[in-house]
Design a protein around this ligand. Structure first.
Ligand code: GUN
Ligand code: ZN
Length: 393
């Protein structure tokens, strides 16, 4: 639902704020200006004065159904659009062999724009269907195919960061280039330096992978002996900025997390991938305790599902697995995970001035959820109210 000059909507809104992991706003009315920005979100009882101020007819207001609510569109902070064609297969090898055996041969096919058009159309449509209104994509080394991915995201109405698109201006307001060194083992020091310079000179986003597996961490030590840690490699090449998002980080030390916090860089947690190719288990609680920005990612096709709802469930499962191992571990709540999938993701991508929750001035970027559609996936029981703790975290 991406509405410019649509009539106001009234009903229930569910979103996160920095103070409350889940805030339920009942009997509210939300209006959108002609630029698609949220103009107001107020109690419904004020609707008459709102209609006078904003110049709409109260009879035009769109009423959500009894079992409906609006929530912010979800943010996938890490997804390989180019790997969607084999999602759900090829999960039998560890990362470095997996890349050589399956990933690189498929990615080479993106020099063919027809192939790229087919897969990229499908991945944009599929992720939108799953509620991902913002995606941070890895494309491939092919500039034309990467541009095509940006064009498709724009055409279907998805906000996107697309790498590799090595340019410093673009014509889509909601699609931006993101500087994308694949990861330290596949980049020379001079390539990393040049990319750091491009990112900083042009104030561009940066995305890469870090500390996904122990084997990779060891490899980076031998490839960059002058660097103190994997994080230090990116730091020394000026790639850690407040517009940087690094996928995985399963094996980052506390000292490395401290560098993330100092530079304002973010972690993309991709639990389906981490489990599917046996990479590691990220302690999200520890990352959050270090005040490092964190969003969720599907990491298709290391992760086999393009669904952010799946990423949320696996984030909870992973956190519970840590609690089984150590009862002192404070398990993530589903409310916190909801926040990570929405507001947390927008912060991780430094897009929280535009999306992530229902705040006046941000884009109206919302999912309309109906928990009572005929033949839907869940059953409702009489007298059920929301079982959500309203406390802050
Ligand atoms: N590290 C470097 N490239 C990749 C990739 O394509 N997928 C994952 N999961 N990790 C990577
Ligand atoms: Zn990845």
């Amino acid at each position: 639902l991406c509405a410019a000059s649509e009539p106001p909507v009234t009903g229930t809104f569910v979103h996160s704020t920095p103070r409350a992991a889940v805030e339920i706003l009942q009997n509210c009315v939300l209006g959108v200006d002609d630029k698609g920005k949220i103009a107001f979100i107020e109690k419904h009882q004020d609707v008459v004065s709102l209609s006078e101020i904003w110049g709409f007819e109260t009879s035009d207001i769109k009423q959500l159904g009894q079992y409906e609510f609006l929530m912010p569109g979800m943010v996938d902070t890490h997804i390989h659009a180019s790997q969607y064609s084999y999602a759900g297969t090829a999960l039998d090898l560890p990362l470095l062999e997996w890349l050589n055996t399956y990933t690189f041969p498929v990615e080479a096919k993106y020099k063919d724009l027809d192939f790229a058009n087919d897969v990229y159309t499908k991945v944009v449509r599929r992720t939108l269907k799953n509620g991902t209104t913002t995606a941070c994509y890895f494309a491939t080394i092919h500039t034309d195919a990467s541009l095509l991915l940006g064009e498709l995201a724009d055409r279907f109405g998805q906000r996107a960061l697309v790498g590799k698109v090595c340019m410093d201006c673009n014509s889509y307001p909601n699609v931006k280039p993101v500087v994308t060194p694949r990861f330290a083992p596949s980049c020379s020091s001079s390539l990393l330096s040049e990319l750091g310079e491009i990112a900083n000179n042009n104030k561009l986003h940066v995305q890469s992978h870090i500390s996904e597996t122990k084997e990779e961490v060891e490899l980076v030590k031998t490839l960059f002996p002058g660097c103190k840690s994997y994080t230090d490699v990116y730091l020394k090449h000026n790639l850690l900025t407040d517009r940087t998002v690094m996928a995985h980080g399963c094996h980052l030390t506390d000292e490395e997390l401290e560098i993330f916090r100092e530079t304002g860089s973010a972690v993309s947690h991709c639990p389906n991938s981490n489990i599917s190719i046996c990479s590691g288990i990220l302690n999200v609680r520890n990352v959050l305790n270090h005040k490092v920005k964190l969003g969720l990612g599907t990491d298709v096709a290391g992760g086999y599902s393009p669904s952010m709802l799946d990423a949320m469930r696996r984030t909870l499962d992973t956190s519970k697995a840590l609690t089984i191992q150590d009862p002192q571990h404070k398990t993530l709540s589903f409310e916190e995970v909801f926040r990570l999938a929405t507001l947390g993701g927008s912060e991780a991508l430094s897009l929280d001035d535009q999306t992530g929750n229902f705040v006046v001035g941000k884009d109206f970027d919302a999912l309309r959820v109906n928990v009572c559609v005929p033949d839907g996936p869940i059953d409702l029981f009489p007298g059920e109210g929301p079982k959500v703790r309203q406390s802050s975290y």
